[in-house]
Design a protein around this ligand. Structure first.
Ligand code: KG4
Ligand code: ZN
Length: 358
């Protein structure tokens, strides 16, 4: 059987990453996965500065392509197609990756594949685990929070999302209020380890609504109110981080149980529900542990990619490229990057909407 080898480029946010992934005899081999984080550039600002991000991607993209090729020990002749994240994300960064991929594609006369970044996260589990569709995806990243049923490749039905902030955003904003570093998620996780999670009772928006939608803006405002009433001591930071994380865990626990109900109702066969948790926030160990408790109550199994494949990486983009290559889903060189690009094209835009009834 022929081997498929794809070069994958990721540059939609604050990580530049290039990877070569191979599929040989049904087996996935990650030949290289080079990641250059822009942490040092954005941390003083407490968030990603789009213009600086774009410049930083363009500064390193050519070097990273060379590093990924060298590490893979292949030559461009061995590569079957070039895949790049083409949305959703920050336009400046997307343009850097897409133009690099189109240039290679044109020079090498190999197909160009425009990958939806969310599809990369959705498939990332398959880099290491041989899991088949259908599965339920809980995607929790800096820009997205959604439950999506994946019945087969390229068939996405979103059953829940956030009506305001994404979960990663809630972590980052809370970390900023507590004067912790950027990105906030790992900092909150670290502080929470040493804090009293019962000290602050925070709101759990929408938790009593029997649907799979989220809201995190009110939670962040509640944190801001408590912060304003206290001295920001190390003890306070630890207790607040722990209380915040516990609240998040409770919200996700409840909403994931609802999502399992919906997924089961959709499946004709009565089989164990597989839930893949992906995206940067899926790196959180306390969240992983909390969700796994559902396995004791329900016929379900949680699957988490390794931490390095939860946060943004080129390997997941190359893998999405392999799936598309196999189906000859190529794109023309005039493909325009899309800053907004939902996985489920029929899903309605929920930001600012009341979740009831959807
Ligand atoms: O998937 P990702 O790398 O980029 C996007 O596509 O957005 O996710 C980044 C987000 C950030 O908000 C970051 O704070 C969060 O993932 N994150 C975490 C952890 N590691 C990263 N959140 C909670 N706990 C973590 N350990
Ligand atoms: Zn991402």
């Amino acid at each position: 059987m022929k081997k498929i080898r794809i070069l994958g480029i990721e540059s939609s946010c604050d990580e530049t990453s290039v990877s070569v992934v191979e599929k040989a005899n049904g087996q996935i081999n990650i030949l290289s996965n080079i990641v250059k984080s822009q942490l040092d550039i954005h941390q003083d600002f407490g968030g990603v500065v789009p213009e600086l991000a774009a410049r930083a991607h363009s500064d390193v993209i050519d070097k990273l392509i060379k590093m990924a090729m060298d590490k893979s020990r292949l030559s461009f002749r061995d590569i079957d197609a070039i895949a790049s994240t083409a949305g959703p994300g920050l336009m400046g960064g997307l343009l850097v990756g897409v133009v690099a991929a189109k240039t290679l594609s044109s020079a090498l006369k190999k197909p160009f594949i425009a990958v939806n970044h969310l599809e990369g996260h959705a498939l990332s589990i398959r880099l290491e685990t041989d899991i088949d569709f259908p599965y339920l995806l809980l995607l929790v990243s800096g820009g997205h929070t959604e439950f999506t049923m994946i019945n087969k490749f390229n068939s996405y039905k979103r059953i829940g999302t956030t009506i305001d902030d994404a979960l990663g955003e809630a972590f980052d904003k809370t970390a900023r209020l507590l004067k912790l570093g950027y990105p906030g998620g790992p900092e909150i996780e670290k502080y929470a380890l040493k804090g009293n999670e019962l000290r602050f009772k925070l709101p759990r928006p929408l938790i009593h609504e029997k649907n799979c939608h989220f809201s995190f803006a009110g939670l962040k405002s509640a944190v801001a109110t408590v912060v304003a009433q206290h001295k920001c001591t190390e003890k306070f930071k630890k207790d607040m981080a722990a209380s915040f994380q516990k609240t998040i865990n409770e919200i996700l626990y409840t909403k994931t149980s609802y999502a399992i109900d919906m997924f089961q109702a959709h499946q004709r066969k009565n089989r164990t529900v597989k839930i893949v948790v992906a995206g940067g926030v899926a790196a959180n160990k306390s969240l992983r542990k909390s969700l796994e408790k559902i396995e004791k109550e329900r016929d379900c199994e949680f699957l988490f990619p390794s931490i390095k494949y939860c946060t943004d990486n080129g390997a997941m983009i190359a893998l999405a490229g392999i799936e598309r290559f196999e189906r000859k889903l190529f794109n023309k060189l005039n493909f325009k990057p899309k800053p907004r690009w939902p996985l489920d094209k029929k899903a309605i835009f929920m930001k600012g909407k009341r979740a009831v009834g959807h």
